[in-house]
Design a protein around this ligand. Sequence first.
Ligand code: RM4
Ligand code: MN
Length: 391
Amino acid sequence: MTATAASPEVRAALRGQRIEVPSWAYGNSGTRFKVFGQPGVPRTPHEKIADAAQVHAYTGIAPIVSLHIPWDRVDDYAELAAYAADLGVRIGAINANVFQDDDYRLGSVTNPDPAIRRKALGHLLECVDIMDATGSRDLKLWFSDGTNYPGQDDIRSRQDRLAEALAATYQRLGADQRILLEYKLFEPAFYVTDVPDWGTAYAHCLKLGERAQVVIDTGHHAPGTNIEFIVAFLLREGRLGAFDFNSRFYADDDLMVGAADPFQLFRIMHEIVRADALRPGSGVNFMLDQCHNIEPKIPGQIRSVLNVQEATAKALLVDADALAAAQAAGDVLGANAVLMDAYDTDVRPLLREIRAEQGLDPDPMAAYARSGHAAKIAAERVGGQQAGWGA
Ligand code: RM4
Ligand code: MN
């Protein structure tokens, strides 16, 4: 297969692809043992947005940035949104944070103490107020709630408390706003996690209504989980709201998407293309949720966006008719060969061509490196408190 001969439809789909980057990727991060600082790291939400704008400037497909509250708390969210617009990007999902307050030791919305549950719900509602000010559609909820020891709390009651908080938040949403409910197998709770898997998230979303959808964070599964099955299932039910893309080797590593397993990313994007869910109007939000602990952050994000773009291009090159024919004929090896033929295609020349057509540098990594921007922000951003995830 020659990728450069790709059809106008494939080219249009690639030009129209949109990826959302996380503000926290530009701040300092690390493991629970050490956070390494880097020169030029943003001190403010404005500087994080400026970094995100760089990623868009070089890739052309990442014009949206997610915020995390309180990490990105400002006095005037409408002003922050206007600042983003001036830089050619916009604010996307608002991520609630009910996992870093001492009060949440035994949980946030599932805490046995009603006063702490009220406090957590108050934060979720505050995030909807922020969405109103920024024009955001998506409220992304990840609960670190769970227990460490058998008997510590009642599993069923915690589900009831969770459902109650979700329902109150759902009630508060505007007509165009959604809840995106994320799940995670374990960590920081080790015995029971209150939203451990897609089935739990899906069941809660079904109860809430159509504007509650599941987020698949690719790093939040047991090793060996078939994530593309989850993608296919949720798409078929109209309940896949978003991805948090990243890659993992062992746990929730938050490494660059496509770094650990580019083939898995291709298989996921194949299900997306198969369901015609790549279009920005499809309702699936393609977000990154990553931390760049040791590599430079802006190029780390550029590389990640390119990795998603390459997997997407390969998925778009799957010969759907040939695949369907082989599947219908029970041609096991033939069907597999159709998929692998697309995966094995070098799509980089095609993507370089498309970028050049759009007036972008064909090689975003090299262009950013040449730009001198890293040295500029290192020189400018002196003093103040570098942003971090506050762990
Ligand atoms: C969590 C989860 C959330 C993200 C935080 C930073 O593990 O994946 O999506 O907001 O990390
Ligand atoms: Mn996530």
